[in-house]
Design a protein around this ligand. Structure first.
Ligand SMILES: Nc1nc2c(ncn2[C@@H]2O[C@H](COP(=O)(O)OP(=O)(O)OP(=O)(O)OP(=O)(O)OC[C@H]3O[C@@H](n4cnc5c(=O)[nH]c(N)nc54)[C@H](O)[C@@H]3O)[C@@H](O)[C@H]2O)c(=O)[nH]1
Length: 175
């Protein structure tokens, strides 16, 4: 009888833990996107010729971020990042070269709910490719690192842009 009660208690505890972690997972808003950069030809040698793409929202605080958006149910993260980049900037997988070895995870709160954002890094293959915005954004800017950080304004996003830049410098040193 005592063993039965103990076993039941364990089952109840593990069910509670499972439902709690499931609840936590559901509560976290998850978004994925790309830090997109282009290299301008005929300018100072790389990485001085690197510009990052930032989009300005047409709603809320009109803040600037790289293209990104919420993960749809059942969708994998990289698919979300590509889909959102296509929807928000008109740039598809065919326009991009994904840079190996870089992914950054940001955590912040939106209207009291935790949010996590994953950013990969990708180069626009043809720097002349046009950006096409959706209704979600009212403006875009190709900006060198310092200007991009000023626009990005959030410390975690600025750190992410700087980390991307360091990664590109390190890749270049290896060549
Ligand atoms: N009318 C209206 N509609 C909205 C609004 N809000 C959303 N919609 C609708 O949602 C759709 C977008 O859906 P997706 O494209 O799938 O999602 P996301 O791309 O994820 O876009 P979000 O805008 O939802 O999310 P965040 O960019 O994360 O901004 C949320 C807040 O977080 C702060 N924040 C931003 N970035 C950073 C950072 O890097 N670091 C830190 N620390 N903080 C940061 C900042 O304070 C900001 O206010 C739109 O079509 C609208 O219909 C709104 O205010 N008014």
């Amino acid at each position: 009888m005592w063993m039965d009660l103990q076993a039941r208690q364990l089952v109840v505890e593990s069910e509670l833990k499972a439902s709690h972690s499931c609840f936590n997972r559901k509560m976290v808003l998850r978004a994925c996107g790309f830090i997109i950069f282009r290299r301008l030809v005929g300018r100072i040698p790389s990485p001085g010729n690197i510009e990052y793409l930032l989009l300005q929202t047409s709603y809320g605080e009109h803040h600037w971020t790289p293209p990104k958006g919420h993960v749809d149910p059942g969708e994998d993260d990289l698919t979300t990042a590509l889909r959102e980049t296509k929807e928000e900037a008109g740039l598809g997988a065919e326009h991009l070269k994904v840079i190996k070895g870089f992914v950054q995870e940001l955590h912040y709160e939106v209207r009291g709910k935790p949010k996590e954002v994953l950013y990969w890094l990708a180069e626009l293959k043809d720097p002349g490719t046009a950006v096409t915005l959706s209704d979600e954004h009212q403006d875009y800017r190709w900006a060198q690192l310092e200007e991009a950080c000023t626009l990005a304004r959030y410390k975690d996003l600025q750190d992410t842009l700087r980390a991307a830049h360091r990664h590109l410098e390190a890749c270049q040193d290896k060549q």
